[in-house]
Ligand binder design. Structure first.
Ligand code: CP
Ligand code: NVA
Length: 303
């Protein structure tokens, strides 16, 4: 049976193995095996991307395969061809499909109609490949995952959802610290709480940065306005300013706390320039790790 990765829940039992493989492929970059010779990955993008596009394409090439960029507007999809027909047709040509979608509904529709594996490159509900890169980056800096406290600050969005589920699956203590109006999805949080209980960690929701950040080993944030979000700048600033990752916030976390951001970042909004460009920040390692983590995913799913 084909294996999709549209949610962290699809790989919740396999995260440590994926991260081990990613670390090995990273260490052996330039000399590792090329298990995807003759394989093609179609990459459909409905939204902009720098990291996801370049990291997936490079990962495929370095594994011996080929990646094909498909802007949704250049496809017949943009002129009304259905997602289901697109999935069925692409399945006759390629070995896997990476999809960056506006909505989780079309992501599910593509996955259920494709005969080949579908890997999410983000939708409005989750960003699972991002969370894998995030965990890999934490292991590199902290040497472990289990038992560490990770606090996500800001919008309870796609990145937050995958991060909470991934942290739960590996036994971390994760807190989503968000304004009440922009809290993460309650079903995702409930699932993450249950999963964390089985792995010796915890997941919780806070609206108070002052208490949430105490003893944090990892402080994470993302943009206040995601692609496709209709919130305006003024509203976002009002809602999210108390959740900004600035020097005051970092003063509450542990002195050696590391800082993560999935990027792109807006300095002076969700994160201060001095924090993202400071010593505690690991954001460029994190961006690099997208490629290594995705290599591991592609290796396991497409080989
Ligand atoms: N973090 C991330 O997914 O970046 P892109 O939007 O540039 O792909
Ligand atoms: N939450 C952001 C992540 C971008 C990588 C968005 O969906 O736009």
């Amino acid at each position: 049976m084909k294996k999709d990765l549209v949610s962290i829940l699809d790989i919740k039992e396999e995260i440590p193995e994926i991260l081990d493989l990613a670390a090995r492929l990273k260490a052996e970059r330039g000399s590792h095996e090329k298990p995807l010779e003759g394989k093609t990955l179609a990459m459909i993008f409905e939204k902009s991307s720098t990291r996801t596009r370049v990291s997936f394409e490079t990962a495929m090439v370095e594994l011996g395969g080929h990646a094909m960029y498909l802007g949704a507007h250049d496809m017949q999809l943009g002129r009304g061809e259905t997602i289901a027909d697109t999935a069925k047709v692409l399945s006759r040509y390629v070995h896997g499909i990476m999809y960056r979608a506006y909505s989780n509904k079309t992501m599910q529709e593509l996955a259920s109609n494709a005969d080949v594996p579908v890997i999410s490159g983000l939708d409005d509900h989750e960003h699972p490949c991002q969370a894998l890169a995030d965990l890999l980056t934490v292991i590199e800096r902290k040497g472990r995952l289990e038992g560490l406290k990770m606090v996500y600050m800001g919008d309870g969005n796609n990145v937050c959802h995958s991060l909470m589920l991934a942290a739960a699956a590996v036994g971390m203590h994760a807190v989503a610290c968000c304004p009440p109006q922009r809290s993460p999805d309650t079903a995702v949080m409930a699932e993450a709480v249950r999963l964390a209980e089985t792995r010796g960690g915890s997941v919780s929701l806070s609206h108070d940065p002052g208490s949430a950040l105490v003893d944090a080993d990892v402080v994470y944030t993302d943009v206040w306005i995601s692609m496709g979000d209709e919130l305006d700048d003024e509203e976002a600033r009002k809602l999210f300013s108390p959740y900004a990752v600035d020097e005051k916030a970092m003063g509450i976390a542990k002195p050696d706390a590391m800082v993560l951001h999935c990027l792109p970042a807006h300095r002076g909004e969700e994160i201060a320039a001095s924090v993202i460009d400071g010593d505690q920040s690991a954001v460029f390692d994190q961006a690099e790790n997208r490629m290594h983590a995705q290599k591991a995913v592609l290796y396991r799913i497409l080989k």
